[in-house]
Design a protein around this ligand. Structure first.
Ligand SMILES: Nc1ncnc2c1ncn2[C@@H]1O[C@H](COP(=O)(O)OP(=O)(O)O)[C@@H](O)[C@H]1O
Ligand SMILES: [Mg+2]
Length: 399
C-alpha cells in the first residue's frame, strides 16, 4: 500500500512535469502559427479570434500547471486545454476538407500523445474517448452534412481502431513503468538492507576479533600461570615428598645394618609416604589434562568434577546425563571444559545454593545446561574474563 502511494506520487510528478512542458510548447506553437498562417492580417476574423483564444487557453493551462492545485491534480488541470486542442484540431480539419479528404485522418495520430500518460486503464479509456469525441465533435458539429458522406463510416471506424490501439499501447507502457518503478523500489530497499547488514557484520567481526585477541592473550598468560603452578607443585609437594622418602630410606638402611628387625615400623611409614606421593602425582597429572575422560569417559569425569566442586564450595550439585558413551573424544574433552568453566563461574559469581548440570545427546548434537539458583548474569557488568568466550568458542568449534 505504501509502495502504491509512492508510485502514485511519482506518476503525479511525471504528469505534472510533462503536462507543464507540453502546455508551454503548444502555447508557443500557437503564437508562432498566428503570423505564419495569416493570423495577423486577418485580425478580427472569427478564425483569428479562435486561434488567439486557443493560445490564451494554452497559456492559461501552462499558468495553471504551475500552481499547487496542478501538483496535486495534474490530470484535471490539463483536461480543459487538452480537450480544446482536440476540438479545434477537428474543427480546422473540417474546414480544410470533408471525410473524403485526408485532413481529419491526419489529425488522428495526435491521440498518440496520450500513450505517455501514466494512468490506469479506466482513466486511459476515458481520456482517449474524450479526446476522440472532441476531435469528431469539432469536425462534425459545424458540418452535419459530412455525416451523410460514404467515407464518414470509414473515418469513424478508423478513429475507433486508432483509439483502441493507442489505449492498448499506452496501457502496456504504463504497466512497464509501474513494474520498473516497483523494481527500483525493491532494489533500493535491498541495497539499504545490504548496507545495514554490512555495517552489522563489520561490527560483529570487529567484536569477535577483539574477543579472540583477548582469548589468545588469556591463553598465553594462562599457559605461563600453569607452568609456574606445575613447577611449584612439583617443587613444593612432589619435591618435599621425594625428599622425605629419600630421608626415610637412608634412615631405614642405617637401622637395617644395626638391627634388621626394627625397621618394620619404618617400612610402614615409607609405604604410606609412597602412597601419598602417588596420590600427589595422580592429582598433578589429572589437573594437567583431564585424562580422566580418556580413562573413565565423560559421564564419570563430570561426576568427579561435581564431587570436587561440592567439596570446595557449599554448593549442592545435581547431574542428569544420558547416552554420553558414543561421543567423539574431542567433543567429550570440550564438553568437560565447558562444564568445568560454568561450574567455576557458579562458584565465583552466582552466590547460589544449588546447581543443575544436564548433558543430553539430542540427534547429532549434545546439549549442555548448567543452571544455578543464584543472582543470575547481570547485564552491563563489564567483564574482562574470557570464560564465557571460551565456552562459546569451544561450542562453535563443533557446530
Ligand atoms: N553463574 C553465573 N552467575 C552470575 N554471574 C555470572 C555467572 N557466570 C558468569 N557470570 C558473569 O559473567 C561474567 C563473565 O564470566 P567469564 O567470562 O567466565 O569471566 P570471569 O569468570 O573471569 O569473570 C562474570 O564476571 C560474571 O559477572
Ligand atoms: Mg569465568
Amino acid at each position: 500500500m505504501e509502495d502504491e502511494e509512492k508510485l502514485q506520487a511519482h506518476l503525479r510528478a511525471i504528469i505534472h512535469r510533462s503536462g507543464r512542458t507540453l502546455a508551454l510548447f503548444l502555447a508557443c506553437f500557437g503564437v508562432l502559427r498566428l503570423p505564419v498562417w495569416g493570423g495577423l492580417t486577418e485580425l478580427g476574423t472569427p478564425q483569428s479570434v479562435l486561434r488567439i483564444s486557443v493560445v490564451t487557453l494554452q497559456l492559461a493551462t501552462y499558468a495553471l500547471m504551475r500552481t499547487r492545485f496542478a501538483e496535486r491534480r495534474p490530470l484535471i488541470a490539463l483536461a480543459p486545454g487538452a480537450l480544446l486542442i482536440m476540438v479545434v484540431s477537428g474543427f480546422e480539419a473540417g474546414k480544410l476538407g470533408d471525410a473524403q479528404h485526408p485532413w481529419i485522418f491526419l489529425s488522428f495520430p495526435s491521440l498518440c500523445l496520450t500513450v505517455v500518460a501514466p494512468v490506469g486503464l479506466g482513466q486511459r479509456i476515458f481520456i482517449v474517448a474524450f479526446g476522440l469525441l472532441g476531435l469528431l465533435a469539432g469536425f462534425l458539429v459545424p458540418h452535419p452534412e459530412y455525416l451523410a458522406l460514404p467515407m464518414t463510416r470509414t473515418m469513424l471506424g478508423f478513429a475507433f481502431v486508432v483509439g483502441v490501439m493507442v489505449t492498448a499501447v499506452g496501457h502496456v507502457t504504463y504497466r512497464v513503468t509501474r513494474q520498473s518503478f516497483h523494481q527500483s523500489l525493491a532494489l533500493e530497499r535491498a541495497s539499504t538492507e545490504l548496507s545495514t547488514l554490512n555495517a552489522t557484520l563489520e561490527t560483529r567481526v570487529r567484536e569477535q576479533t577483539s574477543e579472540l585477541r583477548r582469548l589468545a592473550d588469556h591463553l598465553e598468560s594462562a599457559r605461563e600461570d600453569e607452568r609456574t603452578r606445575i613447577s611449584h607443585d612439583l617443587h613444593d609437594e612432589l619435591g618435599q615428598e621425594l625428599t622425605a622418602l629419600h630421608l626415610g630410606l637412608s634412615l631405614t638402611r642405617e637401622r637395617f645394618t644395626r638391627d634388621p628387625k626394627s625397621i618394620e615400623g619404618n617400612l610402614a611409614d615409607l609405604t604410606a609416604l609412597l602412597g601419598r606421593t602417588r596420590t600427589t602425582v595422580r592429582r598433578i597429572v589429572t589437573e594437567l589434562r583431564p585424562r580422566l575422560i580418556d580413562d573413565l569417559g565423560l559421564q564419570a569425569s563430570v561426576e568427579w568434577l561435581i564431587r570436587e566442586t561440592e567439596q570446595r564450595s557449599q554448593l549442592r550439585c545435581r547431574l542428569s546425563a544420558s547416552a554420553l558413551e558414543d561421543l567423539p573424544g574431542e567433543v567429550s574433552a570440550d564438553a568437560f571444559r565447558i562444564v568445568q568453566e560454568a561450574l567455576t563461574n557458579v562458584v565465583r559469581h552466582a552466590e547460589a545454593k544449588n546447581v543443575d548440570v544436564r548433558l543430553d545427546v539430542r540427534g547429532p548434537g549434545l546439549e549442555i545446561e548448567v543452571a544455578d539458583d543464584g543472582v543470575g548474569i547481570r547485564k552491563n557488568v563489564g567483564s574482562t574474563g574470557v570464560g564465557l568466550i571460551g565456552i562459546r568458542e569451544r561450542a562453535s568449534a563443533h557446530s
